[in-house]
Write a protein that binds this ligand. Structure first.
Ligand code: BEZ
Length: 441
């Protein structure tokens, strides 16, 4: 039996007492030796496969910079292909939460998949950092304390474009987008400012997501009398639509405009000269001349075989940057979820797109700028040249109530508005209740 002196007995006893007084938060931090698991629900096949790849690469760039270790813990990415199918995306989300027990979830690309994942994420109190899907409802009536979005709401790149197109391109416009939630959201946002600016919608159409033959739609556009088209397509849909628009002979007579996804660098090489002259609105272009972006473009190209980063890669970069900063702030302790939410909310840093911050009312990113860009031939190839911009584009967040709760007086024991009793870290406050406070956190 070990010999217990009075001195080491007292030392051991006071350490134990200190541990009890500090509560489980501190003890758990030491026990978290495993990797931080980050689950990715992204399309690695199908129409939006190139988007999933760019987001993943943007994240890998940041984690590689940190040597895949943050807050004393290894970073492990668990990638799941949602195959662009909402039931598959939901199943993969459940697997990542229930079996893999991920610390943080990111993705998806498809708005319908995000809507399907939302309740599982919210009810399981899993932190989701949306790295693409723009479903407006997630910043509005379906917002959640546990959900952040580093990409955009579908409204953001499109709402400024309605007025811009009416003023600078034409008032007779045909609009088109794939027939699902993102298509409806994006064109709805365009209409919001296009019509009040005197614009007339001469037609609108919603081909299926993944359409490969746009001829019937292009025929309608030709016959509509439109002077311009405003379109949202992305991934292989954007390649097919832009190429066929040109092959159909519409490019010279009916100006093609749209949401930025239509001509992102993920699709520009396949679109080639068919994309020249297309005008789109987006929060990013690799041609931005801020130092963070210049470094990002250089490092991204060096790591990924000369590939030009797109907005999706910037979203992945910002998602990983938010994660890295939050993990550093909590010293790698991912068990205290309300604390993680609190530090993520405060994220602020220089992103390739400009100064990055979340709107505390919605947890959606505030776009420093929406750039109006024209596809031109520049040094280094075909790219999106900024020709105008609109500052501080913030989703209206209608119907979302994520209050920044005011602190409660001491010892009330009640939760603040917007928090359930069990979740609220400030339910008990003050030095006299240190043990209870720490247990509650
Ligand atoms: C969406 O489904 O939300 C989406 C997909 C591709 C690009 C932009 C938005």
């Amino acid at each position: 039996m070990a010999h217990v002196t009075r001195r080491n007995f007292l030392g051991t006893a006071s350490l134990a007492a200190a541990g009890a007084a500090m509560g489980p938060w501190v003890r758990r931090a030491g026990a978290q030796a495993g990797p931080v698991k980050i689950g990715l629900v992204l399309p690695y096949s199908g129409v939006y496969a190139v988007l999933g790849e760019s987001i993943t690469q943007g994240m890998e760039l940041v984690f590689a910079r940190e040597n895949w270790t943050v807050g004393g813990r290894k970073i492990e990415m668990i990638k799941e292909d949602d195959e662009m199918q909402p039931p598959v995306g939901i199943r993969k989300t459940e697997k990542l939460i229930d079996s893999d027990k991920v610390d943080i979830l990111t993705g998806p690309v498809h708005s319908g998949i995000l809507m399907g994942m939302r309740d599982k994420v919210h009810n399981s109190k899993t932190i989701l950092i949306v790295s693409n899907a723009g479903a407006d409802a997630i910043s509005r009536e379906r917002c959640s304390k546990w959900i952040f979005r580093t990409s955009f709401s579908n409204w953001q790149p499109n709402q400024p474009m309605g007025e811009w197109v009416a003023k600078h391109v034409s008032k007779d416009v045909f609009i088109a987008a794939p027939n699902y939630q993102a298509g409806k959201d994006q064109l709805g946002a365009f209409k919001e400012t296009f019509v009040p600016a005197g614009g007339k919608l001469v037609g609108e159409d919603y081909p299926k997501l993944g359409e490969t033959d746009y001829a019937p739609y292009l025929t309608k556009i030709r016959q509509s009398g439109a002077k311009a088209v405003y379109a949202f397509f992305s991934g292989s849909d954007a390649v097919n639509f832009v190429k066929q628009y040109d092959q159909f002979g519409l490019k010279q007579s009916i100006k093609l405009t749209g949401a930025g996804f239509l001509t992102e660098p993920d699709v520009l090489p396949a679109q080639g000269k068919s994309a020249l002259g297309v005008i789109t609105g987006h929060f990013y272009t690799p041609l931005l001349d801020n130092p963070t972006n210049q470094r990002f473009v250089k490092e991204f190209q060096a790591k990924f075989g000369g590939k030009m980063p797109d907005g999706f890669a910037c979203q992945g970069y910002d998602t990983a940057e938010v994660i890295v900063r939050a993990l550093k702030a909590v010293n790698g302790n991912t068990q205290d979820k309300p604390k993680l939410v609190e530090v993520i909310e405060k994220s602020e840093f220089d992103s390739p797109r400009g100064r990055f911050r979340f709107d505390p009312k919605t947890h959606n990113v505030i776009q420093p700028f929406i750039y109006i860009r024209e596809v031109r031939e520049v040094a280094g190839g075909i790219n999106n040249v900024p020709i105008d911009r609109v500052a501080n584009v913030t989703d209206p967040g209608t119907g979302c109530t994520l209050p920044r709760p005011p602190p409660l007086p001491l010892w009330t024991g009640a939760a603040r508005p917007g928090w359930s009793r069990g979740d609220d870290p400030q339910r008990f406050r003050g030095s006299a209740c240190r043990v209870i406070c720490l247990r509650r956190r």
